[in-house]
Design a protein around this ligand. Structure first.
Ligand SMILES: C[S@@+](CC[C@H](N)C(=O)[O-])C[C@H]1O[C@@H](n2cnc3c(N)ncnc32)[C@H](O)[C@@H]1O
Length: 357
């Protein structure tokens, strides 16, 4: 059995160095075996490397190619959790095993259906056995809620802790999954927004920054910009400060523990080229603030919202335009409108990139 994956194709002589580099920036897909063919090695990757990662690879390697290949999964991953649990859980419950989980650093977070709750430790141990990089299994015991956007988590098996270090696009994030928001499901979005920043000396305000996955990645790729990373949760900002040091972006990212609403009384009025508004539950209440922050000659807002059926993306766009108009600004155009993920039945998270005049 083989599966397709993006990979680095490199001459065997440079194999070891390539593996070391790719590991260091968190690119290697450890679920697949590395392949040998003629003079070349094919090293499976988790994703397409971004610009700065390619730059790093180019700096150390004399010739490599990003391509696609067929790879055999490693033995551990072929064994499905359900195989491991066959004799331990009744058959009808095997059918409702969780089909996915979030892996943040070395912590797996799963949603256990009620009927499976009394088998949670057995399930947790199976996850640890199959995913050698996972050291802790937690289960979700509430939805994401409250101002800090946290959920209650219950310890299931492994090491009893909620702190970890997560690697995303070569950046390291020290975080506590119980005390500060973080979702690995937003990684493509962090990278997408970061790849849109291309103007030197841009001023960016990340209004709901969390532990910094937008701000730090942007700063890594664009050391000349200035980013104010704001969050109301003091624990998130403590981790953000650590992450700024860990990723060596102290000259670019300025952390602020603040309610975004209070910022407009400070020096931020008319100062920003770009405002990131990743608080989908409430972002519409802050459109006025974001518009006031955008420079008088215009800028871009990256806006996130949850759309629940029968509400529609079109209606959300109309609402957005009206709220911008209410504060005396104008939507020049929607540069991008994207449905980025399903967050509940009949509910999606959408992302708008909007040019404001
Ligand atoms: C959905 S999380 C996004 C975090 C981060 N951008 C990410 O992608 O991981 C929203 C963040 O907004 C923060 N927040 C909520 N209300 C806020 C407010 N009024 N001012 C500043 N931050 C706020 C929460 O503490 C939370 O960390």
């Amino acid at each position: 059995m083989t599966e397709d994956s993006i990979c680095i194709e490199v001459n065997r002589k440079q194999g070891e160095l390539t593996i070391r580099l790719a590991k260091k920036i968190g690119l290697i897909n450890k679920d697949y075996k590395i392949q040998n063919y003629q003079e070349n090695l094919y090293i499976p990757l988790l994703r397409q490397p971004n610009e700065s990662e390619l730059e790093l690879l180019n700096r150390f390697l004399s010739g490599f190619k990003i391509s696609k290949g067929s790879f055999s999964p490693k033995k551990n991953n072929i064994k499905k959790i359900s195989d491991l649990l066959e004799d331990k859980i009744p058959d009808h419950l095997l059918k409702i095993l969780p089909q996915s989980m979030d892996i943040v650093g070395d912590i797996a977070i799963i949603d256990i259906p009620n009927d499976l709750k009394k088998y949670d430790t057995i399930l947790g141990n199976a996850i640890l056995e199959i995913n050698k990089n996972v050291k802790t299994v937690l289960s979700k015991s509430s939805p994401v809620k409250g101002v800090y956007r946290l959920r209650s988590l219950e310890f299931i098996s492994g090491e009893n802790r909620t702190t970890t270090i997560h690697v995303e696009f070569g950046c390291k994030y020290h975080l506590d999954v119980a005390k500060a928001y973080f979702s690995p499901r937003l990684s493509q979005e962090h990278n997408r927004v970061s790849s849109l920043v291309n103007k030197r000396k841009e001023v960016i305000i990340d209004l709901f920054a969390g532990v910094g996955p937008f701000s730090i990645l942007i700063a890594k790729n664009n050391p000349d910009v200035k980013i104010f990373a704001v969050d109301i949760n003091p624990v998130a900002i403590e981790f953000l400060k650590k992450n700024i040091r860990l990723n060596r972006v102290d000259k670019t990212v300025i952390p602020l523990t603040e309610d975004a609403r209070n910022l407009i009384d400070k020096q931020f009025k008319g100062s920003a080229d770009r405002v990131i508004m990743n608080l989908p539950e409430k972002a519409k209440d802050f459109i006025d603030i974001a518009c006031e922050m955008i420079k008088p000659n215009g800028g871009i807002i990256h806006y996130y919202e949850f759309i629940r059926y029968p509400d529609s993306i079109k209606q959300a766009q109309t609402r957005f335009c009206e709220l911008v108009k209410d504060v005396g600004r104008k939507v020049n155009c929607f540069l991008s409108v994207k449905n980025i993920r399903e967050t509940a039945p009949y509910q999606h998270q959408v992302a708008f990139d909007v040019k404001i005049d």
